[in-house]
Design a binder for this molecule. Structure first.
Ligand code: ZN
Length: 154
């Protein structure tokens, strides 16, 4: 087993990153980070690369779910208000719209499932969970549900 940082057996999907400063240690044959001088362990880098990879996937997934939620919420609102405006199928559209809005609410709340990342991982993530968008989505869903329930009958 090689003692250096670089190892040809590196098979992680992400490069070895210095936990101290975030420097990419690919191809470096030293037990210290050339950037910050921190001693780095091969096993630590491997664990970090895996943790980061999973964090990355999780963030991508949750942001996709939030995007889908935006469509669901729009569909809910169009259905509830559209049918109300033309006074056609109002009862049914409210039920379906309400269900869509609940699905919207659920997708907005998915962001809560993203675990807190260690600081070094959070700094490496190219995109963060979209908390702002998720919060908007939750409000959006609540408005749609409220409309479905409280819109006066005509
Ligand atoms: Zn470093």
């Amino acid at each position: 087993m090689r003692s250096g940082i670089y190892d040809s057996a590196w098979r992680e999907k992400l490069p070895p990153i210095c936990p101290g400063c975030g420097y990419n240690l690919t191809g470096i044959e030293s037990t210290r980070c050339p950037e910050c001088g921190r001693a780095v362990l091969w096993s630590e880098l491997r664990t970090n690369a895996r943790t980061l990879y999973h964090a990355l996937r999780q963030v991508e997934d949750v942001n996709d779910v939030i995007d889908v939620g935006m469509y669901l919420g729009s569909a809910a609102l169009i259905m509830i208000l559209g049918c109300y405006a033309v006074n056609w199928g109002v009862g049914l559209s409210r039920v379906v719209g309400c269900l869509l809005a609940i699905a919207t609410l659920g997708s907005g709340l998915q962001v809560l499932r993203v675990r807190r990342f260690p600081e070094w991982a959070a700094e490496q993530l190219p995109q963060q969970p979209n908390y702002t968008k998720a919060a908007c989505l939750v409000c959006f869903a609540l408005v749609a549900i409220a409309l479905a329930i409280f819109l006066p009958s005509r």
